[in-house]
Design a protein around this ligand. Structure first.
Ligand code: SAH
Ligand code: SF4
Length: 333
């Protein structure tokens, strides 16, 4: 799919832009001939210059709640996008922002792939439109978009924000800003920029360790963006936006899940508008997930210390569609 810049082919009749946006983002057409509000000549012109095709393969989890799409891009690169459907009519799409990731976090399958390139706004939007078209067949729609797929969104800041603007546009897809979340490892420049944006989207920070020693081991970029600097940037963000910030914490067996570490996390996180989301580790390499009783104990320590904390439900384990498992495995080709 490549539709960025279609406005230029429209000419002087500006109302056509709204008609095209409605056809592509609301009616979710996959062929310009279906845009029956447009004159034939314009449809032909659009067809020649802007593709609506999305080249994807779909994989469903056994419980039917998670669907993974492997999308092939024009240059042959493949990216993965995941749809998570919860019973409360919540349809969340987890999108990728890069092909691979340069940051090489030790626990993450994407990190092990290395970095190929940034995705364009079109390529980010396409992931959402793919699942919007699928859901439309069931009479449903996307309710949330999270940038928690492959890549570090703040290392592709402009394209990520542009894709959000397109999907937020009231004439088009019209998904409210509060339904978008960006997860970052703590790129300070990104947090600073987001603070100044008019868009009120949600910010999530991947914490995963309470001290710089361990965090630098798990997330090598922590040496450049250590915990205290990330927290300072988040505090300034909260002061400006007055919005809750979520801290993600994967529980890895015998690495970051002890009672002492829980107490240290509690000391860091006991702040106004801070929220901790505990995530069961999806095994991808040498680490193992914390057992359930450990996860419960960890959460209890946080709650007793007065920290707002929840545990995230795991989706799509049987198809490698869960967080950090997106790495273009061979069984998807
Ligand atoms: N690069 C960004 C966003 C993509 S990763 C970031 O790191 O925040 C999205 C989330 O999945 C992050 O919180 C990341 O730490 C987490 N994650 C990575 N590998 C995981 C794994 N194997 N199991 C569970 N969560 C994982
Ligand atoms: Fe990149 Fe995020 Fe994976 Fe780290 S956890 S390697 S930042 S995608």
């Amino acid at each position: 799919m490549n539709i960025i810049g279609f406005e230029k082919s429209v000419g002087r009749e500006r109302y056509r832009i709204a008609q095209i946006k409605k056809a592509v983002f609301c009616d979710l057409i996959d062929d310009w001939q279906e845009a029956t509000t447009l004159p034939n000549e314009l449809r032909k012109k659009l067809q020649e210059n802007f593709s609506l095709q999305i080249n994807a393969k779909i994989f469903r989890s056994q419980d039917g709640k998670t669907t993974k799409a492997k999308i092939k891009l024009a240059d042959g690169s493949a990216i993965e996008t995941v749809l998570m459907q919860s019973s409360k009519k919540r349809n969340t799409v987890c999108v990728s922002s890069q092909v691979g990731c340069a940051l090489g976090c030790l626990f993450c399958a994407t990190g092990r792939m290395g970095f190929r390139r940034n995705l364009s706004p079109d390529e980010i939007v396409e992931q959402v439109i793919f699942f919007a078209r699928e859901l439309k067949k069931e009479g449903e729609r996307i309710t949330n978009i999270v940038f928690m797929g492959m890549g570090e969104p703040f290392l592709n800041y402009e394209n990520v924000i542009e894709s959000i603007r397109i999907l937020n546009d009231a004439d088009g897809f019209n998904l409210g800003a509060r339904h978008f979340s960006i997860s970052t490892v703590g790129i300070l420049e990104g947090i600073e920029k987001l603070k100044k944006e008019k868009l009120d989207i949600n910010l999530a920070i991947s914490l995963h360790a309470p001290d710089n020693g361990l965090r630098s081991k798990l997330i090598p970029i922590n040496k450049k963006y250590p915990i205290e600097k990330v927290i300072k940037a988040v505090d300034s963000y909260i002061k400006e936006k007055k919005r809750k910030v979520m801290f993600e914490y994967i529980l890895i067996k015998d690495v970051n899940d002890s009672d002492e570490q829980a107490a240290s996390v509690a000391r860091l996180m006991k702040k106004h508008l801070y929220h901790v989301n505990l995530i069961a580790y999806n095994q991808t390499g040498n680490y193992f997930p914390s057992p359930i009783n450990r996860r419960k104990k960890f959460r209890n320590i946080l709650m007793r210390a007065g920290v707002s904390a929840t545990e995230r439900f795991r989706f799509g384990l049987d198809l490698d569609g869960a967080c950090g498992q997106l790495a273009g495995r061979t069984h998807c080709t």
